[in-house]
Design a binder for this molecule. Sequence first.
Ligand SMILES: Nc1ncnc2c1ncn2[C@@H]1O[C@H](COP(=O)(O)OP(=O)(O)OP(=O)(O)O)[C@@H](O)[C@H]1O
Length: 364
Amino acid sequence: MAATTFEMDGSVMEGGGQILRLSAALSCIHGTSIKINKIRAGRSTPGLRPQHLMGLELVRDMCTGSLEGAVIGSTEVSLSPGTIKGGSHIADTQTAGSVTLLMQVSMPCALFAQGPSELCLKGGTNAEMAPQIDYTLRVFKPIVERFGVNMDCDLRMRGYYPKGGGEVVLKVNPVKELIPINMMERGHITKIYGRAFTAGVLPSKLAKDMSTAAVRTIRKEIKDLYINIQSLQEKEKACGNGNGIIIIAESSTGCIFAGSALGKKGVYADKVGIEAAEMLLRNVRHNGCVDEFLQDQLIIYMALAKGTSRIRTGPITLHTQTAIHVAEQLTKATFAVRKAEDENANNDTYIIECQGAGVENPNL
Ligand SMILES: Nc1ncnc2c1ncn2[C@@H]1O[C@H](COP(=O)(O)OP(=O)(O)OP(=O)(O)O)[C@@H](O)[C@H]1O
């Protein structure tokens, strides 16, 4: 391993898998070795879980690097990256480990590759504590494309907890550099829509119950918009049993927000619908341009972009604070967070500003 190995403390702030994903991706992009210790020390089962391990192995393969200490349960790993070549790679969590979190770790690397990448990612597509694939496709994708990202994602099979079995194929073209984004005008909400689904042996009534309860909850606060939440029974292209909902709101200025939830044993379907609706309302109320999840997911792109990015958002999450901490340690980007004080701001409106590092793809 090269003498300049950076050490990252995996236990700081959020202390979860996100530190690992961001550190590995940035190490890969910069071609600098990294050692991450105290991995997921903030979690009840510390160390690498299948999703984290597969994510690290995927990054190692993408950058023809080497990985030490990467086994399930490990709390310390070292990554020595080589060149990011592009090409086809497969990562299979063999569990319901989230494919969207595999996308989180691998996509930034693919952007700085020598050529196009095609990544076949297997696991859970609609998993707890992670973006549902519908969130990644309908909320994350259109916004991240504003950085100049060119991606395509083919959802081949949905998979749920505990079986997994989902599959997506992600195609990413490399970029010379990323463009900064400016999302400061929230405008007004013009559209609310979504999907409530059941799959496998679960009755289709659950989807209707989730949808009805969600619409009723949103109606209490937003009275003048048609809310179109489709109830679907996944028949083909779905592995195992599951139910869940995602509700998306769009604004007149192109902002996109979501609230989502998944069914759990013993939880009534209408509760699942209400949970998603309340999440959406919470994210619409703060008058920002991105929701509480997109907030942390955009940080790495802001940090890599060439120039100043600004996003208006709600209260800064611990995930976002952690992402900023990692990005400032591993890139030359600097972030400033302040309260918004214009006439459209309320007590919960904040602005994240980033002087991006302007990382250039040396391979193009
Ligand atoms: N409902 C949701 N909608 C969209 N994104 C979500 C949602 N829930 C979580 N996320 C995103 O998923 C990521 C979760 O990161 P986190 O580090 O907590 O997960 P992890 O790798 O599973 O690790 P750990 O098990 O250690 O928590 C974050 O980027 C967060 O914004």
